[in-house]
Design a protein around this ligand. Structure first.
Ligand code: HEM
Length: 223
């Protein structure tokens, strides 16, 4: 077992900023929706719009980071061990069977996480962003001059945006439960705070450049 740097500083910054922003967008969004009463409707709209702009900037930074570091590869879907992973969460976990996949610095995500995170990245978040922006510009057409959106479109936009919000909230609930299912109850949480996690040493043969990254991580961790 070795202590490895799994989550870089930007990775952790992006993760925690994203979780705070989504939480805050959900809170203010459901106030706009009429389900909650915290800030008052007008204030909730202002807060929601500001948080949405911050979220858009963060998404821009994260896209840049994913492509410049090659981290986007973590999300390439695979069917290998997918079934085993699902079975593990349904039954194996309650019988203390070992995790079907091994976590390394290069494969942080199990096959189920890859699928779910990829769907969030290419489907749910884009739907939230596009419906949110259309919603924004529909509500304030005077300055942007988008007149072609009519009232029927707003219904669809509101439906998509609210449905996306429910999906994100369901994801967060499941996510919070699943972070407790790592090597220990808090090992995943600690890793996302400190960046380091105790993992089994790599045994597979890997590409030279990837080996270099791992070696650097191990050196960093042992400093
Ligand atoms: C970049 C992303 C986003 C943008 C641009 C955006 C923008 C907006 C806008 C302009 C509104 C309407 C405000 C008004 O009535 O004046 C709205 C409503 C709402 N937003 Fe967002 N939003 C974003 C992300 C999110 C996220 C991540 C969530 C939840 C997790 C969320 C949840 C909601 C909800 C529930 C409503 C009320 C929908 C309704 O009742 O029709 N939004 N959003």
């Amino acid at each position: 077992m070795k202590k490895i740097l799994v989550y870089s500083r930007f990775n952790r910054f992006w993760h925690w900023m994203q979780s705070m922003l989504i939480f805050f967008l959900a809170l203010t969004g459901f106030e706009i929706h009429g389900s909650l009463n915290f800030f008052g409707f007008e204030q909730a709209v202002t807060f929601h719009n500001t948080a949405a702009i911050m979220f858009l900037i963060l998404i821009g930074l994260a896209i840049f980071w994913h492509f410049t570091t090659g981290e986007w590869r973590q999300y390439l879907p695979t069917r290998k061990h997918l079934r085993a992973q699902v079975e593990y969460y349904i039954t194996g976990i309650f019988r203390n069977t070992p995790h079907p996949t091994k976590k390394t610095a290069l494969t942080k995500l199990n096959p189920l996480q890859r699928l779910v995170y990829l769907a969030l990245k290419i489907l749910v978040i884009p739907i939230m962003v596009f419906s949110g922006l259309l919603y924004m510009f529909y509500r304030y057409p005077q300055s942007s001059g988008i007149q072609s959106l009519n009232i029927e479109n707003l219904g669809t936009i509101a439906f998509l945006h609210t449905a996306g919000a429910f999906i994100l909230i369901s994801f967060i609930i499941t996510h919070v439960y699943l972070i407790t299912t790592g090597r220990t109850l808090t090992s995943n949480l600690k890793a996302m705070i400190t960046g380091y996690e105790v993992l089994e040493h790599e045994t597979t043969i890997i590409h030279h450049s990837e080996q270099k990254v791992i070696s650097e991580n191990v050196i960093e961790a042992t400093k």
